[in-house]
Design a binder for this molecule. Structure first.
Ligand code: NAD
Length: 485
């Protein structure tokens, strides 16, 4: 079986630990390769290399950095189909969605390449005469990027490309379930011309490879996407550095009685069961107005029961496997809790016997807002229906969770739509479309326990640049702000 390496200072080498782990195809449980179990020594070397590379990379003109990213986008486009098949094989995503994962990476890479010719600061008048004020963007320094497995090409791209265009050097630790996708993505960046040491890639566990990056004093910024629990740990361990957190979600779709119900069913199927419910933006709660509940849930249950479970590579598959065995156990635990709490199981509710980490698409109804299945992130193909009497109650239920990432409302009333936009506590609100589908030029992120940052768009640039304020006094005399006028 092929053994893959870590990347330090432009060279692919073995970890000092001498240990490896494997990544499995979740549909077949077959190992895809051996990967290095990186440790603190590897991280220290990676940070040293990044610090050295930072000097030249940060002073390379940003449009030149953009040219390299543009070449990377072209290479990604050329490799799109093989990368999509890899995403499908390593992570289990249905092939169409896997293509979307790669397309997101292409989009953000192109967008960030263009930022190389912008990276705007601003100018503003001074309160004193003969004095000029402006802001300029500076890179942060060495950035530690830690990614999850559920968008194994797109999320690395959302982190690496803005960090690179701003002139930072990187130590990147991908999730242990999808190291091969990360390696292939970094190889493309290397091929496009990113100089040695600017990107260093250390595979391995969160504890042994992730934590040393978080704690390292020379790492100036951590950009983390993953679970709330890990996010909390990182916050405690990071010390004084920038920490950008993109954490979990418990997203909801409101369906009002004046909605196009067929469209809403389509939206729930896509938002709830796309990527097997393993999206931070997955719709796991459907908040339906009581007057249409029966009609809606019947139509939804009919569609859910027809979803075809299978390998992501099979074009007939609607829902692929979960990422690993632990995920199957976790989903089963929540389904058992839901049944015990008194929610009614309409479809699914059991795991698949046989090879692969499959779980039946599952639909609960008669859930209440305060049940565990309505409050906690399950991260699997489980959706619960909660009935409400009106829009006020729907918004209260929507806001009753500790997370605040994505939300959606289906309605034909402009008034209801705008009230939802105003009152829902979430980073994203969709009107008459599902909770998923972000675009590279718009900010992405959440409020409350979902995190503290925004990625993509210009916000992605803010995450990876420092603003320096410049006061330029050409008066030739001492002028004192707030004192002289
Ligand atoms: P996770 O928290 O288990 O792992 C994420 C990454 O952190 C992995 O690379 C892991 O190895 C690393 N890690 C684990 N412990 C660490 C530690 N102590 N120090 C440093 N690094 C550590 O999450 P996951 O299971 O890979 O991903 C699923 C979670 O990610 C879900 O909660 C999902 O909602 C969330 N997510 C959020 C977004 C978003 O943008 N808000 C996007 C995708 C996924």
């Amino acid at each position: 079986m092929k053994a893959y390496k870590i990347l330090i200072d432009g060279k692919w080498i073995n970890s000092e630990s001498g240990e490896t782990f494997s990544s499995l195809n979740p549909a077949t449980e077959q190992a895809l390769g051996r990967f290095q179990s990186g440790n603190e020594n590897d991280v220290n070397r990676a940070v040293d290399a990044a610090e050295r590379a930072f000097e030249t990379w940060s002073s390379t003109p940003a449009p030149k950095r953009g040219e390299i990213l543009l070449r990377a986008a072209t290479l990604l486009r050329q490799e799109k189909e093989s990368l999509a098949r890899l995403v499908s094989t390593e992570m289990g995503k249905v092939i169409k969605e896997a293509r979307g994962d790669v397309q997101e990476a292409i989009d953000i890479t192109e967008y960030m390449a263009g930022e190389g010719r912008r990276l705007f600061g601003h100018t503003t008048p001074s309160e004193l005469r003969d004095k000029f004020c402006m802001t300029v963007r500076r890179p942060v320094g060495v950035c530690g990027l830690i990614s999850p497995w559920n968008f194994p090409i797109a999320i690395p791209a959302w982190k690496l490309t803005p960090a690179l265009i701003c002139g930072n050097a990187i130590v990147f630790k991908p999730a242990s379930d999808t190291p091969l996708c990360a390696i292939k993505f970094v190889e493309i960046l290397q091929k496009a011309g990113i100089p040695p040491g600017v990107i260093n890639l250390v595979t391995g566990s969160g504890e042994h490879a992730g934590l040393p990056i978080v704690r390292h004093k020379s790492v100036r910024c951590i950009s983390f996407t993953g679970s709330r629990e890990t996010g909390l740990r990182i916050t405690k361990e990071a010390g004084i550095k920038r920490v950008g957190l993109e954490l979990g979600g418990k997203n909801g779709i409101i369906v009002m009685e004046d909605a196009d119900l067929n469209l809403a069913v389509d939206g729930v199927i896509w938002g709830g069961f796309g990527t097997t419910g393993q999206r931070c933006t997955a719709a796991s709660r459907v908040i339906v107005q009581q007057s249409v509940k029966e009609k809606f849930e019947k139509a939804l249950a009919d569609r859910v029961s027809k979803l075809r479970l299978g390998s992501g590579l099979d074009p007939k598959t609607d829902v692929g496997p979960l990422i690993n065995r632990n995920a199957v156990e976790k989903v089963q635990m929540y389904v058992d809790i839901g049944v015990k709490e008194g929610a009614k199981l309409l479809c699914g509710g059991s795991r698949f016997k046989g090879r692969g980490f499959f779980y039946q698409p599952t639909l609960f109804t008669n859930a209440t807002y305060d049940m565990k299945i309505s409050q906690e992130e399950i991260f699997g193909p489980v959706v619960c229906i909660i009935a409400v009497k009106d829009l006020d109650e729907a918004i209260d239920v929507m806001n009753s969770v500790s997370y605040g990432l994505s939300s959606s409302i289906y309605t034909s009333s402009i008034r209801s739509a705008f009230r939802a936009i105003e009152q829902i506590e979430a980073g994203l609100t969709y009107v008459n479309s599902s909770t998923i589908g972000s675009e590279a030029h718009l900010p992405f992120g959440g409020v409350k326990q979902t995190g503290n940052t925004r990625e993509a768009g210009i916000e992605g640039i803010n995450e990876f640049s420092e603003t320096k304020t410049v006061y330029f006094d050409y008066s030739g005399k001492l002028q004192k702000a707030q004192i002289d006028s």
